[in-house]
Design a protein around this ligand. Structure first.
Ligand code: SF4
Length: 117
């Protein structure tokens, strides 16, 4: 039997979850709503995160532009993605929603501008 303690990050309540895997079935306790169960099972089977960060930009109001992944990407690819994102240098102007990196490291998810500059 596999057991893991987690804190649900879906909402600010931060419920303490205990996820148990037994006979290929997952059981979640500690969740105050159904979203916690979905999160708990996903964390053990396919953990993902939306990346929100900034990239260097020249000729803009600020010297860094907020960016984010359009959807969540596999957690295991986050370090490699952050390394790639850190190497990017943009030139203004950029519009909110512009694709900065298409199919970020083969995740099928685009990195987009989170504001115009
Ligand atoms: S289980 Fe539900 S109520 Fe608790 S933190 Fe997760 S989303 Fe919020």
């Amino acid at each position: 039997m596999e057991k893991q303690q987690l804190i649900c990050i879906v909402c600010p309540m931060g419920c303490h979850l205990e996820v148990t895997k037994e006979n290929e079935e997952y059981h979640v306790v500690g969740n105050k709503c159904p979203r916690g169960k979905v999160y708990g099972v996903k964390e053990l089977t396919n953990p993902t995160r939306v990346v929100t960060t900034t990239v260097k930009i020249k000729g803009g109001l600020l010297n860094r532009l907020p960016v984010k992944t359009k959807e969540a990407i596999p957690k295991e690819k986050m370090v490699a993605c952050m390394k790639l994102i850190d190497s990017i240098e943009l030139k203004a102007p950029v519009s909110v929603g512009d694709v900065i990196v298409k199919d970020l490291l083969g995740t099928g998810v685009d990195l987009v501008a989170a504001r115009s500059m």
